[in-house]
Structure formats: C-alpha cells, structure tokens
Design a protein around this ligand. Sequence first.
Ligand code: 3PG
Length: 213
Amino acid sequence: MNEKMNEQLASFGVVPVVVLNDAKDARPLAKALVEGGLAVAEVTFRTDAAEESIRIMTDAYPEMLVGAGTVLTVEQVDRAVAAGAKFIVSPGFDPEIVDYCIGKNIPVYPGTVTPSEVAQAVKRGLSVCKFFPAEQFGGVSTIKALAAPYTTVKFMPTGGVNLKNLRDYLSCDKIAACGGTWMVKGDMIKEGRFDEIRQITKEAAEIVKEVRG
Ligand code: 3PG
C-alpha cells in the first residue's frame, strides 16, 4: 500500500509538521519550505485554518507534497483530500480512518507504537507507519526493536525529533522519514520569521543529504 507516496516521503527524509493558526501564513510558509529544499508538509488539523491552508499551499505550489496531519475523523479525511491533501496522518491507529483511506486509495500513515498496533497495520498491507510521540516512546531503539519482527514495516517518527537527534533517526534503516515542528515553530510563523524557517529547513535538508547521500 502507498508505495509511491512512501518513496516520495522517504526521498524528502524530513516532513515539516505545520500548525497554522491563520491561513494567511500558508503561502509564505510554503515558499520558505520550498526554497529551503523541502517541498513537503504535514498540515495538522489541530487548528481551524488547516483546510484552507492546505488549499492555499497546493494552489500556490502544485509541485509541493502537502498532506494532512492529526486527522481524527473520516469527515476530516474528506475535507483534507478535497482541499488538496495527498496523504493522511493520524496520531494513533484508528481502524475506521485507516480502512476508509485504504478503500479510497488515499495514502494513510496511522500512528503505531506497540506490536499490536503494528500488527493491525501489517494486516492491512501498510508498510510505513507514523511513530508518535517518538522520543517519549523510546526513539530509535524502540523503533529498531519494533521493526525486528515486522520486517516489512518502516516508521515515520515525530514528537521530539530535532536538529540534534535527526542524524540518529535518519541513520536507522527502519525509518522512512522524520517529522517535526522544529523548523516551523509557532512563534516563527506568528512573527513572520520566514527567512529563519527557510534557513532551518535548509539545514534539515542538508542533514538528510549528509546521512543518506
Ligand atoms: C506531531 O504532530 O507529529 C508532533 O506533535 C510533532 O512533534 P514535535 O513538535 O515535537 O516536532
């Protein structure tokens, strides 16, 4: 399942997790990410501005890979996809959301942090799952242990990933891509510090190149 999208996400290596309070920031933010070398974003449905932000980003930068995060209902799946989202991310494993996405051929990345959750994903043919909150659940060492019996699965850790530990995460061959907010922090967006966002994004993209070649 999701093979093409899995490859695209892995080729970016890092997926900025974007929380936008105001859709007016969507365009300059997308510009900063694209110019920083990561034309990809997971826009979270934690805020009301998510749907409109996805629409603005995909209209302004059609080449950008924009997905929806913190998707908690099938209704949000529909809204996200209608707005232009190309993939769906959930913090946990909700079978209703996963099955709905699979049924509609929408790439879906549910959160899995236990063998039982990974088993449910494997049963449905998924080969990349979110791993959230990554640092609190033991980071790279837990991912390695979890991946040992489930050899077909790779993970997309988010939660506590940053420039300091990014190399460790990216060095693990069981990790498809890392997600995080460190390059798109709320105060940077609120204060319009898009040059800084572009710079940190660039640093992240350079680390991906350095570790993965
Ligand atoms: C997510 O939604 O995936 C996480 O909240 C991102 O975690 P971070 O803010 O620690 O990067």
